[in-house]
Ligand binder design. Structure first.
Ligand code: ZN
Length: 404
């Protein structure tokens, strides 16, 4: 094994069409000579997709999905009940906004020394959430430990490193893109965050995306060339988690509910993510009413039992993420939602249905070949383990399987 090297690189939000001869010559050449697949993502966000990539389980088994979950008992936002003492909704929001200001003036490096309460609660209050709803929610998803590819490495005495260019729960270290380097471990695992941030900000077709992809291409080319000269055998796996699409239409889901006479928190509790709308109705009658309203809004798909099963969002505990769930269709973003106080802040998105053309990510490797053109995210981990002769150690209940 000493003469083997395995390199895993996840690059956030890279679409197949980002790989071009002009801007990513190394990856382009690699994709011509090796396995280059479209990657079918999941209905959800990175907060749920990453756990599925590294564990091989769908979101309804990892129970990691959206960032905010229903949990009035343990909510880290319980203290916001006291904000009722401030007379108007506007002043309450203004107070929270002012509290957040010092954080952004604090040098990034030292922010972790700020009080925990500040870092883990005040700073995480979504800017547009009604403060009377907030104490019903908790964040950081559900504290469930899942078995990831790194556990398999540990159990099989495979040395590895994991370094990311932004904080991520699956990676031990944070390092700048330029500084990513190989080590003596058998596996070096990297997560490159930048294309996601650049994509949201500048768009998938922007010059900025081309430039950052070019930098990433150079970095990966260096890592691969170094490994190629040092080791007898190098397996490299490069993949993203989802694509990115342009928002062409804004859709208000909250007004139709108000027009129908439904009110929070009296009749229901809801969380409006950018692409999801999730509800906890007070009774069956209200539940029916909400579903009926959702079904009548053009551009919204209510996730009934069939769709929940199809997209592997059939959670055992229906309370945790939403008793009723709906997603907007492609091209659409909710406005208002609970995250953005201003309409045009983010014009590029991901998080809607995976079968849409621009939702796809990529998967590239030199370790195996397949006839298919497409691969599913849950199959990444089992495929990597098979290449490393660890397929027999995979848990029997795992959703993914090797693709070759
Ligand atoms: Zn993103």
């Amino acid at each position: 094994m000493k003469n083997n090297k395995t390199i895993l690189i996840m690059i956030d939000a890279v679409r197949p069409d980002y790989i071009t001869q002009e801007y990513t010559p190394f990856l382009y050449d690699f994709s011509q000579k090796n396995t280059f697949l479209k990657l079918e993502t999941l209905l959800g966000y990175s907060s749920g997709i990453h756990p599925s990539i590294y564990s091989g389980y769908y979101q309804d088994k990892t129970e990691k999905f959206v960032v905010f979950n229903y949990d009035p008992e343990n909510s880290i936002f319980k203290w916001t009940k006291w904000l009722r003492l401030i007379p108007t909704a506007f002043l309450r929001k203004f107070f929270i906004a002012v509290c957040k200001v010092p954080y952004y003036y604090f040098p990034k490096k030292y922010r972790r020394f700020l009080p925990r309460f500040f870092r883990e609660s005040i700073i995480k209050v979504p800017p547009s959430i009604p403060l009377e709803i907030l104490p019903y929610f908790n964040m950081g998803s559900v504290k469930k430990r899942i078995r990831t590819i790194y556990d398999y490495f540990k159990e099989n005495d495979i040395s590895y490193t994991s370094v990311a260019t932004a904080r991520n729960e699956f990676f031990e270290d944070v390092q700048e893109l330029d500084k990513l380097a190989l080590t003596d471990a058998l596996v070096d695992s990297f997560y490159i965050y930048e294309p996601d941030g650049y994509g949201h900000h500048y768009g998938a077709n922007s010059q900025e995306i081309k430039e950052i992809m070019s930098k990433i291409d150079t970095k990966i080319s260096e890592l691969y060339t170094e490994a190629y000269h040092k080791y007898e055998h190098v397996d490299i796996f490069m993949f993203s988690d989802h694509g990115m699409y342009n928002v062409e239409k804004f859709l208000d889901i909250q007004t139709p509910l108000k027009v129908a006479g439904l009110q929070q928190p009296r009749d229901y509790i809801a969380f409006f993510d950018t692409t999801f709308a999730r509800f906890w109705p007070k009774n069956d009658e209200i539940e029916k009413k909400i579903i009926q309203i959702l079904e009548e809004i053009d551009g919204v798909r209510y996730l009934d039992d069939t769709l929940l099963k199809r997209y592997h969002l059939d959670f055992k505990d229906k309370q945790k993420f939403g008793k009723i769930m709906a997603s907007v269709e492609w091209w659409i973003r909710q406005f208002p939602d609970y995250f953005s106080p201003v309409k045009n802040t983010i014009k590029w998105l991901h998080g809607t249905f995976p079968e849409y053309e621009w939702s796809y990510g990529v998967f590239m490797t030199n370790a195996f070949t397949v006839d298919d053109e497409c691969m599913k995210v849950v199959n990444i981990m089992p495929s990597i383990l098979k290449v490393m002769w660890l397929e027999h150690t995979l848990h029997a209940d795992i959703d993914g399987k090797p693709v070759f």
